[in-house]
Design a protein around this ligand. Structure first.
Ligand code: KIV
Length: 306
């Protein structure tokens, strides 16, 4: 037994601290998972019922990503997403009271203007959005400085390096990063700097597997990969991408675990057919009036309900 968890029959149980079961995931547990070699599962969610399902499935972390822009709000990138958008969706997720740890994504220009702006807006993500940590994109000296201030203020920060979608115009599009020795070394330096600044974990997006491996082995905090191969300490995907909502979105890194688009279409087509041919609603889905009241209402002219 150690202060952070229980060893039962030599297995490490992260959900038990002494006699107290601790279902809720914390930054502390996330760090321990890397130490114990337990892979971390993260998915995005933007609403209460989805958060509830992810929690029931034992997903470790829920990211309320600015990917809400492309996934649900009809934008072509994450750039138009506002702080208020993410807070709105994060609050819905937190109302589901998931056991999963909730990370609120800081959108474009909501933290890079100044340290004061970052502190104020990250604070709002926790106070109004119910997030337990924020995610901040970038690994430049300027961003590292901001991360340090936010962590100093008591707000856990998840870093995000590699492809950072808020910088697509600067990066020249959604392109794989860290393909060379120099760019890989640069990503390692960014990760080390973010760890030193106090980040509790780092998302690595769209880099070769060996780049992610080198970054992961260079730091003690967990890396969470997306399009970064199998060597990261955990993985994240956008929920509606992995459920197969979008027929046309098929990047190499994405595995679709369901065809939710087809499931929705089948149900909507069946409903439409039944409404059009009068099959729905049937008596089972309709309400009845008592004999007495229908007699009072219609007298002898009571219609056949069937
Ligand atoms: O916004 C998001 O969903 C993300 C993930 C892709 C990591 O940043």
């Amino acid at each position: 037994m150690n202060p952070h968890g229980n060893y039962i029959n030599n297995t490490f149980d992260l959900n038990q601290v002494g006699d107290i079961p601790l279902a809720r995931i914390t930054t502390h547990k996330i760090r321990l998972m890397k130490e114990k070699g337990k892979k971390i599962v993260m998915l995005t969610a933007y609403d209460a019922p989805t958060a509830n399902i992810l929690s029931e499935c034992g997903v470790d972390m829920i990211l309320v990503g600015d990917s809400v822009g492309n996934s649900l709000l009809g934008y072509e990138s994450t750039i138009p997403v506002t702080l208020e958008d993410v807070i709105h969706h994060c609050a819905a997720v937190s109302r589901a009271k998931p056991n999963s740890f909730i990370v609120g994504d800081m959108p474009f220009m909501s933290y890079k203007v100044s340290t004061e702006q970052a502190l104020e807006n990250c604070g709002k993500m926790l106070q109004k959005g119910g997030a337990e940590a924020v995610k901040i994109e970038g690994g430049t000296a300027r961003v590292v400085e901001i991360v340090k201030s936010v962590v100093d203020a008591g707000i856990p920060v998840m870093g995000h390096i590699g492809l950072t979608p808020q910088s697509i115009y600067e990066l020249g599009g959604y392109r794989v990063q860290g393909r060379t020795k120099e760019t890989t070394e640069s990503l390692v330096s960014q990760a080390v700097a973010l760890e030193k600044a106090g980040a509790f974990s780092i998302v690595i997006e769209l880099v070769p597997s060996l780049t992610a491996k080198m970054v992961t082995e260079s730091i003690d905090i967990p890396t969470i990969g997306i399009g970064a191969g199998p060597h990261c300490d955990g993985q994240v995907l956008v929920i509606w991408d992995m459920l197969g909502l979008f027929e046309e979105f098929n990047p190499k890194f994405l595995k679709k675990y369901a065809n939710i688009r087809q499931v929705i279409k089948d149900a909507v087509n069946e409903y439409s057919k039944e409404v059009r041919n009068g099959e729905f609603p049937d008596p089972k889905h309709s309400f009845e009036m008592s004999e007495e009241e229908s007699g009072r209402l219609y007298g002898r002219n009571k219609p056949n309900e069937k």
